[in-house]
Design a protein around this ligand. Structure first.
Ligand code: SRM
Ligand code: SF4
Length: 571
């Protein structure tokens, strides 16, 4: 392939918008101050995303409000930037308080290890961001056409290698931050320095990236961050207890549109091995290559995965080597044996403990008989270690001393949450995206449908003696793939109300995508379709064979693909 730029086609609408935004300022400040509407203009909404802020509306109320001739029930979702998902107890307490004071009041743990607030009214946006700022948290680049929240192994053994991987993730997250002061001026009232040097974005340029860009660091044998789904991945290679370096991966991504075969999930390629000191240089070269060659004319074709598909991995590797001055050595051996979060108490090499706590769909809220938010607030009040958010929407309470262990255990027991981890393997491993009522792109339910769906699957699993098998089930309300459903052993992807495409056959360790078993089923239909498959799995599986591997071997037709044939359903 060549170094020719992309063919001359009209740029997508976001490109001139970014160019004219004065480094992501646009009219955000004025529109947030306008009390005549709860909304902001569509174009302004494209810019606030770079500051972690999305305009949404309560979709449950749309019809009634329209009938009443009223404005939609607008509010904002705010996503925190939290590299590696690490938060201190002091930060937890402030986020918990802010959620009560100015948001929905739930806190939502995401599939990229951070917090989301929902239901933030326009007049509360600055209060929320200023409150976060007081505990050194921000939402810069949590969304938008930039390097997003950087993922890293959440379950610390407190080994020097694990610590180094976390530090590398944090360093890359800081290094790849946009340099604009727009966020500080708009939300934190930082004054513009008159007559100062013109602002520069040395890494991004004035129009940032063609599309979102995601990075994950992973420490085998766990592939908890689903490294092959990331635009840029670093697989830590530990030799004789020391971090030798990383195998670099590029070009993963999962989003697609139903009925559009030009969009597809793609697993990343491994470029080769680098030493730890080259991470930021190589990361920058990957990012700037995508900046310069990514498709800025069609946002559905603008992720790095398409740049690599179109131009070839060898060309891409050469470009990265040239830009970084780092030559890739052959990739070193590694093995992923799991993607699962460890639940319960685990001792670390430094003598502290961590506790893995399952939280269904990452939704932290107080419900009748399930006061998760209160319990975690109490834990944060006494905890002296830290919290780690996992890529599976769960929580790790880490750095717990032996003396504190019974204190934390007692808080969980007091609230009846100490048995939260005694659930079916499928439940502990399940993911769902947010979907309705807040997600503007949802075509079907996801998080709200998961509990009932799990109960139905659990009864089939129990009938077949498989309650403890960690079969992965991931549900999303549309094909964008926010709960990484194409890497699940059972993936359900929303197409329309109670209509889902059913995928099976991914590898249990995140190294093979699943394929389409049925283009359109209801949730009950999915359970019924899989009932005989689960039964066969219980009796016919080979020694140690995962459910996905079994489906790949014995259930899926050889010519099964990702795409449903027929009319596109996506909006
Ligand atoms: Fe996502 C858009 C929620 C992880 C692929 N995602 C959205 C929006 C912001 C909808 C929108 O654009 O208006 C959703 C907000 C819903 C809400 O009400 O909160 C949303 N995505 C989420 C979260 C919260 C799902 C969750 O339940 O945890 C995850 C937040 C991650 C974070 O903390 O940064 C989330 N999204 C992902 C992932 C998984 C990952 O990154 O590991 C993917 C698939 C991987 C990938 O990017 O390829 C993902 N989200 C998308 C896409 C499709 C991108 C594409 O290339 O086609 C969109 C739509 C878009 O960008 O146009 C999207
Ligand atoms: Fe919304 Fe679709 Fe992402 Fe679910 S997968 S949160 S429905 S964009």
């Amino acid at each position: 392939m060549t170094n020719e730029p992309n063919a001359v086609k009209p740029l997508s609408a976001n490109e001139p918008l970014k160019a004219a935004s004065r480094h992501l300022r646009g009219h955000i400040a004025e529109e947030l101050a306008d009390t005549s509407t709860g909304a902001i203009a569509e174009e302004t909404g494209q810019l606030t995303k770079f500051h972690g802020l999305y305009l949404q509306d309560d979709r449950d109320l749309r019809v009634a409000l329209k009938k009443a001739g009223k404005e939609k029930a607008f509010s904002f979702m705010l996503r925190v930037r939290l590299p590696g998902g690490k938060a201190t107890p002091a930060q937890w307490l402030v986020l918990d308080q802010l959620a009560r004071d100015v948001a929905s009041p739930s806190l939502r743990l995401t599939t990229r290890q951070t917090f989301q607030f929902h239901g933030v009214l326009k007049g509360n946006v600055k209060k929320l961001i200023q409150g976060m700022h007081r505990v050194l948290l921000d939402s810069i680049a949590a969304c938008g056409d930039v390097n997003r929240n950087v993922m890293a192994p959440p379950n610390p053994e407190r080994s020097p290698a694990a610590q180094e991987v976390y530090e590398a993730a944090r360093s890359w997250s800081e290094f790849a931050l946009p340099k604009t002061r727009a966020y500080h001026e708009i939300y934190l009232d930082e004054e513009l320095v008159a007559g100062g040097e013109p602002e520069q974005e040395p890494m991004y340029g004035d129009t940032y990236l063609p599309r979102k860009f995601k990075t994950g660091f992973v420490l085998p044998p766990s592939n908890d961050v689903d490294v092959f789904s990331q635009d840029l991945g670093f697989i830590a290679i530990v030799e004789e207890g020391r971090l030798a370096g990383y195998n670099v991966t590029v070009g993963g991504g999962l989003g697609m549109s139903h009925g559009n075969a030009e969009t597809f999930p793609r697993l990343a390629d491994v470029l080769g091995f680098i030493t730890p000191d080259s991470v930021n240089r190589v990361g920058e070269a990957v990012l700037t290559t995508q900046r310069d060659f990514g498709d800025r004319t069609n946002r559905k074709h603008a992720r790095l995965k398409y740049t690599i598909e179109d131009r070839g991995i060898e060309w891409f590797k050469g470009e990265v080597e040239r830009r970084s001055g780092v030559g890739f050595a052959p990739a070193r051996a590694f093995e992923f044996t799991t993607i699962q979060d460890p639940c319960g108490w685990h001792e670390c090499v430094d003598g502290t403990w961590f506790y893995g706590l399952h939280i269904l769909s990452g939704r932290i809220v107080d419900r009748e008989g399930w006061p998760m938010k209160t319990a975690l607030r109490e834990i944060a009040g006494v905890h002296t270690g830290d919290f780690r958010l996992t890529p599976s929407q769960n929580l790790t309470i880490s750095g717990v001393t032996s003396a504190q262990k019974p204190v934390i255990q007692a808080i969980l027991a007091k609230h009846g949450l100490d048995r939260e981890n005694d659930r079916s393997g499928m439940r502990l491993n399940a993911l769902s995206c947010v979907a309705l009522p807040t997600c503007g792109l949802a075509l079907a339910e996801s998080e709200r449908a998961l509990p009932e769906l799990l109960e139905k699957f659990e009864s089939v699993l129990e009938e077949n003696g498989l309650s403890h098998d960690a079969i992965s089930l991931r549900v999303t309300g549309c094909p964008n793939g926010c709960a990484r459903p194409y890497l699940a052993e059972i993936g359900l992807v929303g197409k329309a109300p109670n209509k889902y495409a059913l995928y099976v056959g991914a590898a249990y360790n995140g190294t093979r995508l699943n394929r389409l078993l049925s283009p359109s089923v209801s949730l009950d239909g999915a359970v019924e379709t899989l009932r005989p498959v689960i039964k066969r799995y219980a009796t016919e599986r080979l020694q140690g064979e995962g459910f996905g591997d079994f489906c790949q071997r014995a259930v899926l037709p050889e010519d099964a693909t990702f795409h449903s044939i027929g009319t596109p359903v996506a909006a």
